[in-house]
Design a protein around this ligand. Structure first.
Ligand SMILES: [Fe+2]
Length: 304
């Protein structure tokens, strides 16, 4: 009997150890790249995959709200399921919220009366003081960096803004992890962070690929997704056929095709370019309809 109890106890202890074996490897980081008063995004990474939960509320002893995001099928940074990006919406402006983080139901970051917490941006009509700090050329892995970080942690600003060159030398993931984030663990889990890209932050990807830099991937995901969405939408809208399709109630729009100049070579070139553009911008069926119509028009007007 005693052996059975011991076995049961051992099994329980093993299960408990497994259940709590989720460790934060990066973050949490408080983000708000769209600078809205009603939203906050919390990002963190763990060594184990799982879904991502944020419990939150204005009282640390009673977190009345919760948001769970399913396990990530893939991550821009890290292995699938180990990145946790949870956006909270419907928040009150200028309000402190305490939060607790869970992965797969296991608490990885608890909270208490001293936090962690985040504070939403104030309403534009709120004329009370806004206390924030500005740093630059800071992520260089030095004792001075830690001192400046500690001072900000103690002062507890509402946001930290940077003027660039955040992760020396090259803005690579290892630069961010070892030279920047490691020194700002405490302030970043509480203070909304607004980084600016500096030239060093782009060294690893090149200036023209700024949107793919580690900094943008880590701190401006929502904005980055919106940027891509807007680009796709603009490309789609540029084509008159796509535009016609988007008019409300216009299920069978008259296709307007701008005919090319009466020059055979030019026509062929334009056909090729237009086909590529159409295939990129419109659904395949639309592109084919436009090209067929153009073909019919050309037969009717052979000089084209
Ligand atoms: Fe610099």
């Amino acid at each position: 009997m005693r052996a059975k109890i011991l076995l049961l106890l051992a099994a329980t202890l093993v299960m408990a150890a497994r259940a709590s074996a989720v460790t934060i490897t990066r973050g949490p980081i408080i983000e708000n790249p769209d600078a809205v008063t009603s939203m906050i995004t919390i990002a963190w990474w763990t060594d184990t995959a799982g879904d991502s939960t944020v419990d939150y509320g204005v009282n640390s002893a009673a977190l009345l709200f919760s948001n769970t995001v399913p396990q990530a099928g893939s991550c821009e940074i890290g292995a699938a399921g180990t990145c946790h990006i949870v956006t909270l919406s419907g928040l009150l402006p200028g309000t402190r919220y305490y939060y607790r983080l869970k992965v797969g139901g296991v608490i990885v970051q608890n909270t208490g009366s001293s936090g962690p917490y985040f504070t939403t941006l104030k309403d534009p009509t709120d004329t009370t003081d806004l206390f924030f700090t500005i740093i630059g050329d800071w992520g260089q892995a030095s004792g001075h960096e830690q001192s400046v970080s500690n001072l900000q942690d103690a002062a507890d600003p509402q946001m930290i803004v940077t003027v660039g060159d955040n992760a020396y030398q090259n803005g690579a993931q290892s630069d961010w992890d070892n030279n920047a984030l490691a020194y700002y663990v405490n302030p970043m889990k509480r203070v909304t962070f607004f980084p600016t890209l500096g030239n060093h932050d782009l060294n690893s990807v090149g200036a023209s690929s700024w949107a793919s830099s580690v900094e943008i991937k880590m701190f401006a995901r929502r904005r980055r997704r919106a940027l891509h969405r807007a680009r796709r939408q603009r490309a789609h809208q540029r084509h008159p056929t796509c535009l016609a399709r988007q008019r409300p109630g216009n299920h069978h729009p008259q296709v307007e095709v701008r005919l090319p100049a009466p020059d055979a070579v030019l026509v062929r070139q334009r056909d090729r370019v237009d086909r590529q553009r159409l295939e990129r911008a419109c659904p395949v069926g639309t592109a084919l309809r436009v090209l067929r119509r153009r073909h019919r028009l050309r037969r009717a007007r052979p000089h084209l």
